[in-house]
Design a protein around this ligand. Structure first.
Ligand code: C5P
Length: 231
């Protein structure tokens, strides 16, 4: 398994502010996450401008559409320079395969999101998935995604140990919900420290507010990197 890397979530409304913020981070932070907000505001330029600073972009757009559309979208996103992009595993086997196929000849990796952590048992029942707990559904979708060619999945820290065991050492597992020791959990309910997530087999940790809203983001990032190294 490769060394765990830190991804800073640029949950920031515009590109200028995001680039100014990135300038304050140490070069050892090699990855940033661009989500729907920043991509909707700034478009593909958000990706190209960030990669021009020497950082890699995890593009969290959670694609979910018919296979042909998702495949062509993955090709377009690879052209703008994103290194990883998310799809919804719930799009099904053909959609996952179309994404994987489009990525196979390009420098972009496909990461599947499984069950949104905002969904609880009663939400699953309301969309007809009453036979699963969120954790069972996550496991099922994770296995489906990897079997159909996804390079990895997104998983909450609490799901990490058994998913890593289930999927083996190769698939990328990206974990949000990370909170350094002594930091508020904000609206994250199931959190882990950076060291615990590294020990449990995460490939990448996604951290937003503990760095973006810190008085000294560089110091906050360094502290998290140090906690990851201790693991
Ligand atoms: O600010 P915080 O560290 O909680 O940010 C975590 C990032 O990971 C946010 O961009 C959030 O949208 C994302 N995320 C999450 N939980 C998930 C999936 C994604 O917090 N289940």
């Amino acid at each position: 398994m490769m060394k765990t890397e830190l991804i800073v979530a640029l949950d920031i409304p515009d590109l200028k502010t995001a680039l100014n913020f990135l300038r304050r981070l140490p070069p050892s932070v090699r990855w940033s996450k661009v989500g729907l907000e920043l991509f909707s505001a700034a478009g593909p330029e958000a990706v190209s401008a960030i990669t021009a600073t020497g950082r890699q972009v995890f593009l969290d757009l959670k694609l979910h559409d018919i296979p042909n559309t998702v495949g062509r979208t993955v090709a377009a996103l690879a052209r703008c320079g994103a290194a990883m992009v998310t799809i919804h595993a719930a799009g099904g086997p053909a959609m996952i395969s179309a994404a994987a196929q489009a990525a196979s000849s390009r420098p972009i990796k496909i990461i599947a999101v499984t069950t949104l952590t905002s969904l609880d048992q009663s939400d699953l029942a309301s969309i007809g998935l009453d036979h699963y707990t969120p954790s069972e559904l996550t496991r099922r979708l994770a296995i489906l995604a990897v079997r159909h060619g996804a390079d990895g999945i997104v998983a909450a820290p609490t799901e990490l140990p058994h998913l890593r065991k289930e999927l083996g050492p190769r698939p990328i597992i990206i974990t949000p919900g990370i909170r350094p020791s002594n930091s508020p959990s904000d609206d994250q309910k199931r959190t882990a420290t950076p060291a615990a997530a590294v020990r449990d087999g995460a490939s990448f940790l996604v951290v937003g507010r503990p760095i973006v809203q810190a008085d000294d983001p560089a110091e906050a990032a360094q502290r998290i990197l140090a906690e990851m190294q201790e693991a």
